[in-house]
Write a protein of this length. Structure first.
Length: 278
């Protein structure tokens, strides 16, 4: 009985992860193609149609129209491109910066490791939203500065993960034998540490991708996020919150896509952490 329950859980987990991956892939493709295939693609560039303002969802406008007559479906799908750009940008820069530093720290001498990890702890001492807030305040609100700010806050986690993996794997017998045969640090990283660190790094990256979208939405809410024309979901919600009670669809649909996307990243992260293939 318990074996059957376990099989059902594994099957559900794999199905959920595949569904999440399909959703994210389809969303990305739609966000790229919507400027070319949407009959309301002029809305992306800031066109206004006051005669169509505030229309509820219908066959002609699936998600309704906003306060200036733009098609909410078109601008919501287009905003997905910038939200996903933030997610992948933050994760890519955090991994590329944090993983090499962490592996170097794990294979270095005690003093070098201590210096690197104390600097890392200094970054982690700040609450997750503080560094993005400070950086976007100093450099100005923009999509690139949002990515920079969130990366500064989150790359230290990859330093810690990579350093921990390096310490564990480098202490194994086969790595010690490889080192005694003259293998250098770069060879050990490439052949032993990096292949065995992929799962925890990808798990953290998948979860961080969702949180990057939420953090950028929070920055947009206080006016420090992406700015037009780089419109992401947080900015759409912020621009429409004043008339949420009368035109609920303007906030509801971007919010639903935001929540679904974050949930999909978390589901994929859970699947990777279990060591299963999607």
């Amino acid at each position: 009985m318990f074996k059957n329950i376990k099989k059902l859980q594994n099957r559900f987990s794999r199905t959920s992860a595949r569904t999440a991956l399909i959703f994210l892939t389809a969303l990305f493709l739609m966000s790229v193609l919507v400027p070319y295939i949407s009959p309301y693609n002029q809305d992306i560039t800031g066109a206004v149609h006051f005669e169509d303002a505030g229309q509820a969802p219908s066959f002609s406008h699936w998600f309704g129209t906003d306060a200036v007559g733009r098609d909410v479906f078109t601008i919501t799908i287009h905003a997905a491109f910038f939200s996903l750009k933030i997610a992948f940008g933050v994760v890519a820069f955090s991994v590329l910066l944090g993983v090499p530093i962490g592996m170097f720290a794990g294979l270095s001498g005690k003093r070098t490791e201590e210096i690197i990890m104390r600097i890392t702890d200094g970054f982690l001492a700040f609450p997750p939203l503080i560094l993005p807030l400070v950086i976007t305040t100093i450099l100005g609100p923009s999509l690139n500065n949002v990515i920079l700010g969130i990366t500064a806050s989150w790359f230290p986690w990859y330093v810690r993960i990579a350093r921990s993996q390096s310490l564990v794997i480098s202490s194994l017998d086969y790595v010690s034998i490889s080192r005694s045969m003259g293998a250098g640090k770069l060879h050990i990283i490439k052949k032993h540490i990096l292949p065995n660190s992929i799962n925890p790094i990808l798990t953290q990256a998948s979860i961080d991708a969702g949180f990057a979208i939420l953090t950028s939405a929070g920055l947009s809410f206080i006016g420090l996020g992406a700015q037009h024309p780089d419109v992401e979901w947080g900015l759409l919600i912020t621009q429409s919150r004043a008339h949420f009670l009368s035109h609920w669809w303007e906030v509801f649909f971007p919010g639903v896509f935001l929540c679904l996307t974050v949930m999909c990243f978390n589901i994929i992260g859970d699947e990777i952490s279990q060591g299963d293939r999607i």
